[in-house]
Design a protein around this ligand. Sequence first.
Ligand code: ATP
Length: 433
Amino acid sequence: MGEMRDRGAALLGRLRELPGGPELLDLAAERDDVELVGGAARDLLLGRDPRELDVVVDGTAQAFADLLVCTLDDRFAEDGVRGGVQAHERFGTAAVRWSAGRIDVATRRAESYAFPGALPDVRAGTPEQDLRRRDFTVNAIAVSLGGARRGELRAVAHALDDLAASRLRVLRDDSFAEDPTRLLRLARYRARLRFEPDAHTARLAAEAIAAGALATVSHARIGAELRLALAEPDPVGALESLAQLGVLAALHEAIELDAPLARAALDALPPGADAWPDVLLLASLLLPAHSYDTTAYETRLRALLDGFEIPAAERERTVHSAILAPRVAERLQHAQTSSQVYETTHDAPLEAVALAAALADAEGRGDAADLARRWLCELRHVRLAINGDDLLAAGVAAGPEVGRRLAHALARKLDGELGQGREAELSAALEDL
Ligand code: ATP
């Protein structure tokens, strides 16, 4: 018992050092009902920094979140914004966010499921019910933040032992059937925390997948979980974990993970806002397996990504990357000059070229892979100093010829055939074509 109290006290000490921790503790000091739970309690007990602070209260989450916003006023002022609360009434939750932190507040609740795979129906619940509704024992630990029980830990059976043993255990045998998104959560925790399911949980997961549990969940919810996997610190690890559990194969026959390929492609992707790692990873899962009818395959991919509610811009870039990557890899084999590399790559998304680099390497075509990487690091930044207006001023007729002449000048510049400066570019653009 004494040890539990010490662990609780140590947890509160660490909480005080986190963004929003002191304000949360001050606000909870006189209250008996405020507890830190879920991932926040789990991570602090593990000595990790939680991604957000999960808090449960009696009464409405929104009211507590509003109080927090007032207490956190100085933090929001630093951000130059008035702090925002994002409330989700159906689930009795409210999230308080600012640049340095996030606190998720939830009303203590009990949940029931109208049918397997449905969203839960939520009602006010006791502290015990609120722990029992959770996914894994290590997430069903709560520590009281104030009042007479300040620093006291509550947990479902096995929770603290499972935490010590890096074990993921469901709370009920029908847990995955009830909410199959927990299968994807299991994969994420495995990858991130390096925890493993106990034998019984592993068996229940396999049985749920074999019984088609994932088909009972809307594609939109699956898509949301997939995006969380892609946002993990090691997204390929999370995808590998999903693949090992059999989740990816159960989602769609077009989805297949080649983890070394995905990692190599991510390595080839340049840093910066114009590169989209999520798109690359999604595309890597959807590479066409063999000879295929492009139009039909594109249509299938679009339908799949629409189902996952991937926003249109990301969806299109993913489809193009998946379709173009093998072609770019193939064509780069025949490229001799920088301008031929340009011809092959300039219309393709960066993610397609990075995937092409990884594909070419995997097929033992290192030269083509090097060309793809050279494009990504260097050649794609080569620009002409002249533009269409310069050609019009030099007497070129408006129309497609302007574009053709600029392309010709760029090709010569890429191949290192032009001297420095605008003049050299202009005379190249005006050469007889
Ligand atoms: P992370 O470290 O990724 O933030 P987390 O454990 O805090 O993980 P959240 O998704 O923030 O996870 O959810 C907070 C808590 O709510 C979880 O720890 C878990 O107890 C509970 N929870 C979330 N989703 C489910 C679910 N589908 N089924 C049961 N409990 C859930």
